[in-house]
Design a protein around this ligand. Sequence first.
Ligand code: SF4
Length: 358
Amino acid sequence: MLFDENPTPQSGEKGLVGIARLAASSDLLEAKRQVHYLELETRRFIGRGSGRMCDIWTINPYRGCEYGCKYCYARYAHEFMELRDPELFERKIYAKQFQALAFRAEVRRLKLGDTVWIGTATDPYQPAERRFEITRQMLAVFAQERGLDLGLTTKSDFVARDAALMAQIACKNKIRVHITITTLDERLARLLEPRAPRPALRLAAIQKLTEAGVPVSVLAHPVMPLINDSEESLDRICAAAARNGASSFSAAPLFLKPCSAQVFLPFLEAQFPHLARRYRERFEKSAYLRGHYPEMIAERVQRIRARHRMAERRPPEWPLPGDAFEDQLALFPAMTKGPDAAVAARRTGTLQRKANLL
Ligand code: SF4
């Protein structure tokens, strides 16, 4: 059994600090077949982004994501809670303990024109939202505000539940929903994103949102070489997005941080063995694909956008080629020994601060 661990604190957890301590002492809310839902005490709901995201605010109502996308780059967030098995990211889901008054007070401290992004590290409309409705409660608070610039990223058709609420927010604020669709091939989608809603359902959600007056962007991210990167495949997504009312379309190549590679590369060995060696070679030294490939994809996507008269919009969490990824290595013991220890310790500190924002 993978998930029969007791979520209550064990004696070995006494030495944990910060978010790891809170996670270890979280109350079990519900155990589904293979997924545990837990409640996480939260000091702050709205965090400041870092790096290129330093001028935006981020909100993640949940930690962990049940959809279990094989390429997910957010798995590292569970490592801050000392949950180092990357699979636990999709099996142990933490719902932040929502307090409307405290959240409203944080929202009131935002300034006119501030950008707030919901779902930078986990999906705000994953199955947990059906039960806990934290995203919805947060949106209800935003509906009372004015002058904010809200963005939301999801892979779930359940987002359409809140179309009316978002339309209400749009009366006094800017709001845009970004829906990820990596392929229209349902079999491939099931392999890559095992528990996410089918692409056809996501398209239906785009239609419902846009009919309600909520602008929608479609993200074909990540683009994976020789898996979903053909012009035909990307064009089909863009065409379907346009038909259903989306106004922009963007796509960017896969990046594989160490935490994602631990899941994605074995997945490739099992499902696309003919590609595994090439991927390993390309991602061995860098989390990012460099050189001709990203340029080719950028040109391809630009052509497709022009064909369907779509705009471009990138969500803030997408890294640009050349972004540092080395700080991820600090999460691995080898980096924390020898002459690099001081550097690794500083980087780990930075990551711990980032974790508090997730
Ligand atoms: S929906 Fe997003 S956060 Fe959830 S597993 Fe997939 S990539 Fe990760």
